[in-house]
Design a binder for this molecule. Structure first.
Ligand code: NAD
Ligand code: UFG
Length: 339
């Protein structure tokens, strides 16, 4: 039996592939390479010494997915395949709704035809919206999202809960990621955003290697420890291990279960810059700019449920994240090569 990683050539998918293989699972990757490169899959093979079946397909293409399912013995799907740029989703909402919803619907339909009943989904802390106080608990109501990307996560959560209500055999784990950063310690795989990074960490690593002159800090007048935004940064390898822990849990349960994947600790933008400079011995020039529309002052998880039900806790520190993320960027200053 094998685990299908839909969108598995991307940042989180490649790290998760490595951890599944290390834990003894067979994995199959399906990705249309919309936001990734085939080289990333080859790097997974290099790290693990195992060959990984790779299907370059759009997972909303039901026929292509049926071919995959008929050739591979899939018993669990982990669904990473989505578009994730918040600003772009505001400019191109239809593209985001079509891609993110259709990939999910097609996966669910084809899984049912092939008697596959376990589904792990990449959700996001963004579904907590603006009104919930920190720390964020899974039991809190979902809030209003500020952009179509966030709404796709919100809607997919609803689709998956409805699908479970209708199908007593279906088991869904909704993993709400906080802020994944860093890279595998080999430096062979990491985050490779196309164009200007939207997120702070790849921006910092690109400043560190001289690809960009300076970071703009989006506001220093929030009601936080030093006025800058606070987030729950989680090492991508810890996050990947959270998926490995979710699979035996999904085997034991049916229905939809929501689980935060975070550390439970908040770090401000200025604290992140200071940690990065200290650990790596590099200077990160920055200027203070205006607040970014739609940003929260603080977002961090209560991480107790993952510990209780999955037996999983994040282990790596902010220093580990800074060290490993910088190693990836220095070894691959322009990201993955083409092809
Ligand atoms: P990523 O862009 O690196 O990976 C997503 C992968 O999905 C890419 O390789 C892309 O080519 C592929 N893909 C997109 N549409 C596809 C389609 N129709 N068919 C096949 N492949 C398709 O992003 P990531 O950071 O690895 O994120 C993975 C998932 O986690 C996404 O769903 C994202 O929304 C979610 N998530 C990410 C973060 C984060 O900060 N990185 C936070 C919360 C949730
Ligand atoms: N920030 C800067 N400068 C930058 C980029 C970000 O100061 O150039 C600040 C932001 O204002 C925020 C913090 O750094 O305070 C983190 O910002 P990111 O963009 O890295 O992360 P967000 O928490 O805003 O967004 C992330 C994901 C979204 C997801 C959201 C909630 O990118 O997809 O978490 O889960 F919706």
């Amino acid at each position: 039996m094998a685990i299908l990683l839909a969108g598995g050539a991307g940042y989180i998918g490649t790290h998760t592939a490595v951890e599944f293989i290390n834990a003894g699972y067979e994995v199959v990757i399906a990705d249309n390479l919309y936001n990734s490169k085939a080289e990333a899959v080859r790097r997974v093979e290099k790290i693990t010494g195992k060959s990984v079946p790779f299907y370059q397909i759009d997972v909303s293409d039901a026929e292509a997915l049926r071919t995959l399912f008929s050739e591979q013995n899939i018993d669990t799907v982990v669904h990473f395949a989505g578009m994730k740029a918040v600003g772009e989703s505001v400019a191109k909402p239809m593209m985001y709704y079509r891609n993110n919803l259709n990939t999910t619907l097609t996966l669910l339909e084809v899984m049912k035809d092939f008697d596959c009943h376990r589904f792990v989904f990449s959700s996001s802390a963004t579904v907590y919206g603006f009104s919930n106080p920190v720390p964020l608990f899974e039991t809190m109501p979902r809030g209003e999202c500020t952009n179509p990307y966030g709404w796709t996560k919100w809607m997919i959560e609803q689709i998956l809960m409805d699908a479970c209500a209708a199908d007593p055999e279906l088991s869904v784990v909704l993993l709400r990621y906080f802020n994944p950063i860093g890279a595998h310690e080999s430096g062979l795989i990491g985050e490779d955003p196309q164009g200007t990074p939207n997120n702070i960490f790849p921006y910092i690593t690109q400043v560190a290697v001289g690809r960009r002159p300076q970071l703009t800090v989006f506001g220093n007048d929030y009601d936080t420890v030093d006025g800058t935004g606070v987030r729950d940064y989680i090492h991508v390898v810890d996050l990947a291990k959270g998926h490995v822990a979710a699979v035996p849990y999904a085997e034991k349960h049916t229905g939809a279960e929501i689980i935060n994947l975070g550390t439970g600790r908040g770090t401000s933008v200025l604290e992140m810059i200071a940690a990065f400079e200290r650990v790596n011995g590099v200077k990160i020039p920055y200027v203070i700019g205006a607040r970014r529309a739609g940003d929260l002052a603080e977002s961090y998880a209560n991480a107790d449920k993952a510990k209780e039900v999955l037996g999983w806790t994040a282990e790596k520190t902010i220093e580990d994240m800074c060290r490993d993320g910088y190693r990836w960027q220095t070894m691959n200053p322009m990201g993955y090569p083409e092809g």
